[in-house]
Design a protein around this ligand. Sequence first.
Ligand code: EPZ
Length: 429
Amino acid sequence: MRYVMKGGNPLVGEVTISGAKNAALGILTAAILTDDTVTVENVPDVSDVTVLLSAFKEIGVIVERPDRHTVKLNAANIFTACADSPYIKKLRAGYYLLGALLGKYHHAEVSMPGGCNIGNRPIDQHIKGFRMLGASSHNENGMVVLDAKELKGSHIYLDMASVGATMNLMLASVLAKGNTIIENAAKEPHIVDMANMLNSMGARIKGAGMDVIRITGVERLHGTEYTIIPDQIEAGTFMMAAAITKGDILVRHIIPQHMDAISAKLLEMGCEVSEHGDAIRVVGRPSLYACNVKTLPYPGFPTDMQPQMGVALCMADGVGTITESIFENRFKYVDELNKMGADTEVKGSVAIFKGGGNLKGAELVAPDLRAGAALVLAGLAAEGISVVDNVDYVLRGYEDFAEKLSNLGAQIKLVTDEDELQKAKLKIG
Ligand code: EPZ
């Protein structure tokens, strides 16, 4: 699938942000820790969620979607702790089944995680933690196999503040005997959201959102109704869209505090950023100041906003840099920007953007989810028509991306074949 777009319109208006994809993937998996029914609301309608739910069905979870954003799960009849479907192989978040199945059944076999190719993504910290809780682990035919007679609370120190390991170890330890301490835990908003959800099921987790999380194991968890937080990265993408297209966007239904690192950079670049309850308005400027950015775990500048910031730096006056400190291969979009006339180079973990705007429409390929979204924003700022291929990546994490952009005045269409592409080009060209 491809997006075809004509750039040049400042994006103006209001956009409502969907539920957080990366929270939803963990929270939906947490729901299988109980045999009671769990209802999760504000679930984003994105393909990663659909794929995860398909994988759940294959192991016996009853999944209902009473409306587009509500999922009801009942995991009383899971008949296997082996999750090896093609669905799981497509996802990074499939690895949360390791923690949840181990926690509930003391046995888990899950395909090695997939997900965006943004560098080597080891899961050694997850495995280290599972072992410390009392599980054995080995790899067999592309599967991670975990086994435990019983799980006992432990003191786990993470070598890096890994989002995935923190969530997985919460899943594995809430039903373990005794106390677990996770030190150097990740502090992202979705960590707090998952802990709140588990606590609403009867878990005893304290300290989520801080460096040290303390978990007291309980015997069983019960059903709950839970609403997922708004997506920090979707919100940040639209905030950046206002800066990149010199527009004026009110980004609604967000938690402004989650956006602090992004708001601060937009202010530094000269944008107007103002809070209005659960909304933030960003007004772009005719010319943006360049700046330097380093990606860091929360509350630092998110790696998932790095490519969108890269496009903003292409539109700024002067030279800006981005240092990527989380993933080793997250600058693949830079070559695509250079096809549009940008002047950008990568030296190790630093990308240097010479700025100046003047992007020209081009044929582009999305290398991963966030970079795909960033290339769409570049296409909307460029002169002429751009086509972004491989956008299945974008659909993994952005609900109704083209529709939301169109409502802000963008000329953009999602097309599935050559015929549709040619028609769309004629229409918007
Ligand atoms: C999550 O990935 C997100 N994915 C990513 O979002 C996000 O970029 C990332 O967190 C950082 O915020 C999901 O939530 C499904 P990490 P995750 O474990 O959990 C290293 C998106 O676009 N590490 O925090 O895989 C790792 O290699 C996606 O929505 C180990 O070395 O990230 C990386 O350098 C892309 N060993 C760093 O830690 C481990 O055992 C942080 O990774 C675990 C991680």
